[in-house]
Design a protein around this ligand. Structure first.
Ligand code: NAD
Length: 476
């Protein structure tokens, strides 16, 4: 791929490139330009120049381009999904869902564009007051590798609909799908400079997006530590910052839960995308009275998960996306054995044999009997490892669940109205699911409380997050 700056696909100013590899095989897929600060500056300048014309169009005219792009994305779903699986590792059916998810988001913002309007008030003594909503200007988007298409959609959908232009930085281990989606948007009629894509390292490209004073807002999705750095870098220019950071979502299974449904929910919630989802089930709390049966059934279901190359038929879980992620998971699981804190119920190592030699594979893993302060509970484990603890009742479950610096998502599994009321009220999270987990349609505001971030994406108010109010007071 190339960088997209001002409607031109070009090499990085440095002339250098880096390899994007398939995490299931280690094979090189394509090279991407090793962009740097200079490329971000060119992209910000192009976005600045494109802003006047783009923001002068009607919201519907802008969003129509997104809508046409969504149609084309659906038409090319098979190819796009294959590219996503090749660079990211997820099973092809998850990639198909993600590409459709990107199209859903663009269509959602097309629908919302018709309702974009300001406010009016007639204030006696002050005259007629109009509150306009104006786009911010050039916005920056920095995204991770775990759900590149969806997260790109979450950012470009509201930003472009409201008349902003953008500089987008994909992650270095999954930039190709973002590049392909940007070229579809171009083909659908997006004018040059409205969306610019700069690939390259976070330390240079990402930091310049955060610092560059031409960029009025930065929307970042990634790890909490990186998010903090982005906020510090953005502070001198006083730019707006949205931070969608990590999570350590608890799932609470009460004694009246539908056990087969909750087992399926835990499996999907944790092992979807090889456990590399911000709102994955990262801690499981099961009521004592059902724990034996629940863990027995969960173990047998986890052992039925087929691990392999995401392109292969019948594969349920692909490899981790990158070697650093795999090393981290290995270290975290090895520590359980070293400190004799907890017991590996199943998994706990890389699968062996044909097909697993070069990929970043790890078996789906269940760990039980951990102490409360185990790092598997206190840290965000970004891989296929599920720690399970038993609790006496909902009071204990809520104390354990909230004992985390994160607050992204949480779920409770019960049909008891009193337990539902107490859990939805008591769980400290940006989203609380009941008898489900992980679902984030574009219609609902999404983001975290506590250390999981600042601000929300999605939902109708995402349009507000990419605009600011301008008041006009008219006295005749
Ligand atoms: P990461 O923080 O390492 O990288 C995210 C992006 O930031 C990448 O594009 C990276 O190149 C860039 N980056 C790295 N250093 C930077 C710096 N100093 N300045 C600016 N940009 C920099 O995260 P990751 O490993 O790619 O993604 C996994 C993390 O993302 C997990 O913590 C996960 O929970 C989180 N996540 C959150 C959400 C959400 O919406 N809350 C969604 C998906 C993933």
């Amino acid at each position: 791929m190339k960088l997209l700056i001002n409607g031109e696909w070009r090499d990085a100013a440095s002339g250098k490139a880096f390899a994007v590899r398939n995490p299931a095989t280690g094979d090189m897929l394509e090279e991407a330009p090793l962009g740097g600060e200079e490329d971000v500056r060119s992209a910000a300048e192009a976005a600045g120049e494109a802003f006047a014309d783009w923001s002068a169009k009607s919201p519907r005219a802008r969003a129509k381009i997104l809508f046409f792009a969504a149609e084309e994305v659906r038409r090319r779903n098979t190819d796009l999904a294959a590219l996503l699986t090749a660079e990211q590792g997820k099973p092809i059916r998850e990639a198909v869902d993600e590409i459709n998810g990107f199209a859903n988001i663009l269509e959602y913002y097309y629908a919302l564009s018709a309702g974009e309007r300001g406010e009016f008030a007639n204030l006696p003594g002050y005259g007629h007051t109009i509150v306009l909503r104006r786009p911010l200007g050039v916005c920056g988007a920095i995204i991770p590798w775990n759900m590149p298409a969806i997260i790109m959609g979450w950012k470009i959908g509201p930003a472009l609909t409201t008349g902003n232009t953008m500089v987008l930085k994909p992650a270095t281990t999954a930039p190709l799908t973002c590049g392909r989606l940007a070229s579809i948007l171009e083909g659908a009629g997006l004018p040059p400079g409205v969306l610019n894509v700069v690939t390259g390292p976070g330390e240079t490209v990402g930091r310049e997006i955060a610092r560059n004073p031409e960029i009025r807002k930065v929307s970042f999705t990634g790890e909490a530590g990186t998010g903090r750095q982005v906020a510090l870098d953005a502070a001198p220019a006083l730019k707006q910052v949205t931070l969608e950071l990590g999570g350590s979502d608890p799932m609470i299974v009460c004694d009246d839960a539908d056990i087969p449904m909750a087992v399926e929910g835990a499996v999907r919630g944790r092992f979807y995308n090889c456990g590399q989802t911000c709102t994955a089930v990262k801690r499981l709390y099961v009521f004592d009275s059902i724990a034996d049966e629940f863990i027995r059934r969960l173990r047998s279901r986890v052992e039925s998960i087929v691990v392999g190359n995401g392109m292969d038929r019948g594969v349920d879980m692909g490899p981790l996306n990158n070697p650093a992620g795999l090393e981290r998971v290995v270290r975290e699981v090895d520590a359980v054995c070293e400190h004799r804190d907890g017991e590996i119920v199943t998994g706990g190592q890389a699968p062996r044999g044909e097909g697993y030699e070069r990929g970043f594979f790890f078996l789906p893993t269940l760990v039980a009997g951990l102490s409360h302060d185990s790092p598997l509970f206190s840290e965000e484990v970004f891989g296929p490892v599920l720690p399970v603890a038993t609790v006496a009742d909902l009071d204990e479950a809520l104390i354990r669940a909230n004992d985390s610096r994160y607050g992204l998502g949480a779920s409770v599994w019960t049909r008891n109205a009193d337990l539902i009321a107490r859990a939805t009220e008591g769980l400290e999270a940006g989203i609380v699911w009941v008898n489900q987990h992980l679902k984030i349609p574009p219609e609902v505001p999404f983001g975290g409380t506590k250390g999981s971030g600042i601000g929300r994406e999605n939902g109708s108010r995402a349009l507000e997050a990419y605009t600011e109010e301008k008041v006009v007071m008219i006295r005749l």
